[in-house]
Design a protein around this ligand. Sequence first.
Ligand code: ARG
Ligand code: ZN
Length: 884
Amino acid sequence: MDIASRPAEPAQNPQIADAAPAPQAPPVIRREDYLPPAWLVPEIALDFALGLDATTVVSRLSVRRNPAGNGAQTLRLNGDQISPVAVHVDGEAINDWRMDGPDLLIELSGEAHEVRVETALVPSGNSQLMGLYASNGMLCTQCEAEGFRRITFFPDRPDVLSTYSVRMAGAKATFPILLANGNCTAQGEGENGTHWAEWHDPWPKPSYLFALVAGELIANHATFTTMGGRTVDLNVWVRPGDEGRTQHALDSLIASMKWDEETFGREYDLDLFNIVAVSDFNMGAMENKGLNVFNTRYVLADPETATDADYDAIEGVIGHEYFHNWSGNRITCRDWFQLSLKEGFTVLRDQLFSAAMGSEPVKRIEDVRVLRIAQFPEDSGPLAHPIRPDSYQEISNFYTATVYNKGAEVIRMMRTMAGEERFRQGTDLYFERHDGEAATCEDFVKAIEDGAGLDLTQFRLWYSQAGTPQVSASLKVENGTAVLSLRQSVPATPGQPEKQPMPIPLRVALFDRASGTHGGESLIVLDKAEDSFTFDGAGHDPILSINRGFSAPVSIEMARPDADLVFLAAHDDDPFARYEAMQSLVVQHLVAAVGSGLNEAQREAGREAIGEAFGAIVTDPELDDLMRGELLLLPAESYLAEQLLVSDPGAIHAEREGLKAWLGRKLGGELRALHDRVSAVPYSREAAARGARKVKTQALVYIAAGDPAEGARRGYAQYQAASCMTDRQGALMVLASLDCPERELALADFLARYEGNALVIDKWFSLQAGSLHPRVLDHIKALASHPEFRMSNPNRVRSLYMAAAMNPVAFHDPDGEGYRMIGDLIRRLDPINPQTAARFVASLGRWRRVEPQRAALMRAELERIAAQADLSRDVREQVTKSLG
Ligand code: ARG
Ligand code: ZN
C-alpha cells in the first residue's frame, strides 16, 4: 500500500481538541491491580512512509478476544501525543471510535477483527527521544518502556505478544539503509527516488521490542556460526566516518554469543543480528529483537579516542543487550513491575561475562563500587523501592540501580547458595519452562528453586523489601572455639516501616595471625534477626574475614582495630576482601574524623595506619597493576556520606582531600617511582599494559594532591606524551583540578585536537565539570553557553550536568549555587526531555541526609521545581517523592 502521498490530516474527532490539562498528581499504577489483557494481537503489519519531518504509519492489527481476559467489548489502544488520522474495522472506515485521554477506544462485538489505524508523526520534533525520532539525519526508534504508543495505537504492554511484519518506504538518498526486526524479506525501488523494504520477525514479541532504523549507515560485518550450526550475519552500523571505530564492538558481540552458548547454553535464533549506533539516546542501549539500538558511546572505540574503561563498558553493554535475547526477549516480562526479571538477571549475566573476559576479582570490585555509589544511596533515600516495585507513576523512573544492580546481586546470592552447577540447572529450567512467555519474578524464583534444589521461601523477601540490610558482627573466642554473633536490621523505607529478617548468605574465613592463612572458607546464612555461628580450631586470636566476594549486598558493621584491617589488606586470599579491608580502614578513619572529630594526634595515627597499608600496595611486586589500581582508590564521598546519618559534605570533602594530600606527600618518592615505571610501558590492550595505565593516572592523582607543582609538571608531560586516550584523559583530569597554566594549554589542545568527535568533546565537558578547581562553578556556567553545548543531546547534557551533580565541590557549594544550577537544569530540560530531566532529581532528594543549612537550600530547590506548572509525569513523581 502506498501511503507516501497521503497528506497528514489533523484529527477530525472533536474530543481530542479540548483534552483536559494534565492533572497535578499522575495516577498511581499498582502491581496488585494487574489484569490480563482483554484483547490479544497475534499479528501486526506496519507500513511506514518515512520522512524526517513527516512520517505516516498505517498499522493493521489482527485482534482476538483473550479467553483469559475480562470479556470486555472495548478494545483499548494506548496512544501518547498522537491522534488517529483514520480508523477502519474489518475493512470499513468507522467513526464511532472514542478517545479516553491519550488512548483510542473501539467497541468490537465479535471474537476477532482486523483494526487499521493511521497516524502521522513528526520525527524531527520528537525531542523526548521516545517513539520514532530523528537523530543526526537518520530515523530511529526507542520503544521501551512505553514508546511504541507514540508511533501507533496499540495495547502497549509487555504481555501482548505479536508477530510483526514491517514495510517502509522513503527517499533513497536520505535513507539508503532500511532496517527493522527479524529478516529482510523483500526490497525494491519506488517512484521519485524512493525505495522500500519489507521485514518480518518470526518471533512473537511485545511492542517495546519493536525497532526501525533508516538512514545513511555503513556496517562492519562478520559472521558467527552457532553451536547448532546456524550461520548468523552480524553488522555494526554507524555513520560514515565512524566505521574505523567499530571493531571492538563487533569482537565483543562475537565473544558474547560464544560465551552465552558455553555458560548458559543459549543459542542465537535468527540469521541476522544488527547493531546500530545513534548519537541521541536517553539510555545506554536497547535490546530490540535482532536490531539492537545503541548510544554511540557504547559502540565507538579506538585507542586514540576511547579509554580502557570505555572499552570495558562497550564490551559489557554489547554483552548485556545480546544476553537479553534470551533473558528479556524469548522470555519477557508480564508487566513492568517485573522489570528486574530481565534486567537484574541480564546484569548478572553481563557481569559474569566481563569477569570471564578480563579479571574476575577486579570486575567484582568494580561492580560493588558501582552498587555502593549508585544503589546504596537510592536504597536509603526517598526514592527507595524494592527490586520488584509495588507501584509507580512513570515507569521510566524505575530503570534504576536498584532494579538493575541490586537485582543482579539478589540473583547472584541464589547462585552463591546453589553453587554454579546447580544454578545452571535452575536457569536451564527457567528458559525451558517459560520460553515464549511473559513471565514474572515469581516464575524465575520458582524455576531456580525447582531446578537448583533450593528453598527460597524466605528469600523472596529480597524481592519485596527495600533497604540495605545492616549486619553487625562480633567475634568471641574461647579455647579455640570462635563464636560469631550476627544481628541484622533492615531499615525502614518509604511505605515500608516494618521489615522482616532476610536470609543473608555470608562467606566467612578466620585467619591465623602468625601464619597469615585460614583453615577454609564457610558459607553461613543469617536468616534470623540475631544468630550466632561456631567455628572450631580457630586459634586464640583469629581475624575475621566476612562477606568475602561481597556475597550479600549488605553493609557490615564491626568496630575493628586498624591492625586487623592492615593485616587483611595485606594477606587476605580473597581479593575482594583485601580491597574491602583497605576501604574499611579508610572509611573508619574518615568517618571518625568528620563525625566526632579527631585531635591532631589521633588523626596522625589514623593516617599512619593508612599510609602503611598504602605504601605496601604501592610497592608490592606481587600485585598486578589492575588490582593495585583498585586497592589505591579512596572510598567515594557519597559512600562516606552513607555511613553518617546526617553528613556535612564540605567536611567530608576536606577530610578526604586532606588524606589524599598527606598520602601524596608521605609516599611521594614511591609514587614518583611508580609513575616512572608504568610510564615506560608501551601501549597495548593486554592486561599488564592496561594495569600500567590505570595506576599511572592514580599515582598522578596522589602526586598532584601532595605537590601541585610536581603534579602539573608530570600531568602535562603525561598529556603530551600520551599515545592513547586513557593516558590523555587521565592527565587532563588531574590538570583540570589544578590552578596552573598547563591546565589551560591542555584543555585548549584537547578541544582543538578532537573537534567534531562528539564522544570526546563530551569528555572535555565532563572533565571540567567534575574538577576540584576552586572556580569550578564559573567553569560550568561558561560551559553551559559554549557553542558545543546542546540541551537536546542527552550525552552532552549528562557530560556537563551529571558530572556537576556528582561533583561534591560544585554541587554542595555552601551558598547553594550548585543546587540552583541543577534545579534550573531540571526545569529547562523537562519540556524537552522529561526522562533525562527526571534523572537529576535524586541528587537534590538527598537533602534529609545533609546538614541543616544545605538541606534547606536543597529542599527549596525541589520546591521551586514542584511549583512549576505542566511538569512531566517523570519529574513530578520524583520531586513529589523527594519532598514527601
Ligand atoms: N532495556 C534497556 C537495557 O537495559 C534499557 C532501555 C530503557 N529505556 C528507557 N527509555 N527507559 O538494556
Ligand atoms: Zn537491560
